[in-house]
Write a protein that binds this ligand. Structure first.
Ligand code: FAD
Length: 420
């Protein structure tokens, strides 16, 4: 795939709905593409038409009357978390402070509180959407509900969202704590423990208080890859140690455990969330873990690292965020609520010459998974798409993909905005 940036005809930075109306009307009449930039993380936010750069429009308002938060399209996850945290409230956010909150909610949205709160879209109350004709729609379960249904999951293609309102939750009650802190542990293992780790992950039954991330990384001073677990537990240290006993019993070679204030919960990920360089990624859903899949993945990362050059920060991330709470909701057209495990190979590099190597790594990981865990169809999270997926891989069925296409045709008949 070619992800050389295209050169736009114009970049419009604005903090006003009326400016956006003018831009999209102009683009529609003149058959120009428009791409929207919020947090600026996606590889799909450039085009040869007009880039609407909304990064500077990051106002966040906490509404005391109903304990909701409203934010503008440039608001980043970390800032919304901070605003809510200052009021003793928490929100469903992603794992990186730097990711745009609006597009997270438009894509579905996973994060460390997903086991407790469900997906981000399950906390979405309403949005203001400017369509390709320049019309402003209020979109919520009560107002334009059919648009809301598509916007919550496939919303990155429908128009420009200028404001969202989301739910907040009491921190202490939600995180089972009295001091607004979260138990966090980081446990490191050599890849020689791949079989035991896979067996543990296959059999472990973690409840909604446990958010497990597993990374397969290259250590900073090179050498063989390592497994690093990063686990949040929402409860006391004693309960955490009991629930995570299986992991501790595997005798990690390094351990760091602490309690972290809720509002700083994602600060560990600030480096990986920095914008800049290429971070090529694809999110592949797994029904189960398998030893063959895990070993294939270790081999794929070893092969990538053997290339050397500037690829050393590449890694594979597994997100094991229990979906029991999310499965109780049916907000939006997100089709993969049955999937509890996401595998995200991330090729991180700076030289464009390595684009082909990056693509190959993603393909190698998918191949390893197909041999092991993904027995039949590939399942891809649209917010982590590589860009060449079949509609069913993103949307679960042709019918859902068609419904999204019909709504897109209604709101954006000339295809001004991004397409999946
Ligand atoms: C480092 C990193 C960490 C991530 N972590 C998570 C995570 O924890 N959980 C998760 O679910 N996903 C995660 N993602 C995926 C992320 O949700 C998507 O990549 C998201 O689209 C990025 O949003 P952004 O605003 O930062 O990027 P942008 O590139 O600014 O926006 C991405 C796309 O969203 C659309 N868009 C943006 N703003 C608007 C708007 N106001 N109105 C309409 N459309 C808009 C546009 O089509 C744009 O092309 C992560 C991605 C990265 C790179």
């Amino acid at each position: 795939m070619n992800y050389a940036l295209t050169t736009p005809k114009a970049v419009v930075k604005t903090t006003s709905e009326s400016d956006i109306q003018i831009v999209v009307r102009f683009a529609t009449v003149n058959n120009l593409r428009v791409s929207v930039r919020g947090g600026g993380h996606s590889v799909f936010n450039s085009c040869d038409g007009i880039i609407l750069d909304l990064a500077g429009w990051d106002e966040i308002v906490y509404d005391r009357d109903d304990d909701t938060v409203r934010f503008r399209p440039g608001a980043l996850g970390g800032k919304v978390v901070k605003v809510a945290g200052e009021r003793g409230r928490c929100v469903m956010s992603g794992t990186c402070n730097t990711v745009g909150m609006t597009s997270l909610y438009l894509g579905g949205g996973f994060g460390p509180l997903a086991p407790k709160l469900g997906m981000a879209i399950d906390s979405l109350l309403s949005a203001r959407l400017i369509t390709a004709s320049g019309e402003i729609l209020t979109v919520s379960p009560e107002s334009n509900p059919e648009v809301f249904h598509i916007l919550a999951s496939a919303g990155q293609t429908l128009g420009v969202v200028t404001e969202m309102r989301i739910k907040t939750y009491p921190v202490n009650e939600t995180l089972n704590t009295a001091d607004e802190t979260v138990f966090f542990t980081s446990l490191t293992f050599p890849t020689s423990r791949a079989v035991e780790i896979t067996n543990l992950l296959s059999s472990a039954k973690w409840d909604e208080n446990t958010a497990v991330y597993l990374m397969l990384v290259s250590p900073p001073e090179a050498g063989a890859p390592l497994f690093i677990f990063s686990v949040n537990y929402y409860g006391s240290d004693e309960d955490a140690k009991r629930v995570l006993k299986g992991l501790y019993d595997l005798k990690p070679i390094a351990e760091a455990t602490k309690r972290v204030p809720y509002a700083q919960m994602n600060d560990n990920n600030n480096d990986s969330g920095e914008r800049g360089e290429f971070k090529r990624m694809i999110g592949v859903g797994l029904k189960r873990m398998s030893v063959e899949g895990m070993e294939g993945m270790v081999e794929a990362l070893e092969n990538l690292l053997a290339v050397g050059d500037d690829l050393g920060k590449s890694y594979v991330l597994f997100e094991l965020l229990g979906m029991d709470v999310a499965r109780k909701s049916s907000v939006g057209v997100y089709p993969h609520r049955d999937i509890d495990i996401w595998c995200i190979p991330i090729t991180w590099y700076s030289r464009p010459e390595n684009h082909a190597v990056a693509d190959k790594f993603g393909r190698d990981v998918c191949k390893a998974l197909k041999g092991g865990d993904v027995s039949e169809d590939k399942v891809v999270y649209a917010a982590f798409r590589a860009g060449d997926e079949k509609p069913e891989e993103l949307w679960g069925s042709k019918e859902t993909a068609e419904k999204i296409g019909e709504m897109k045709a209604k709101l954006d008949p000339k295809g001004v905005f991004l397409k999946f």
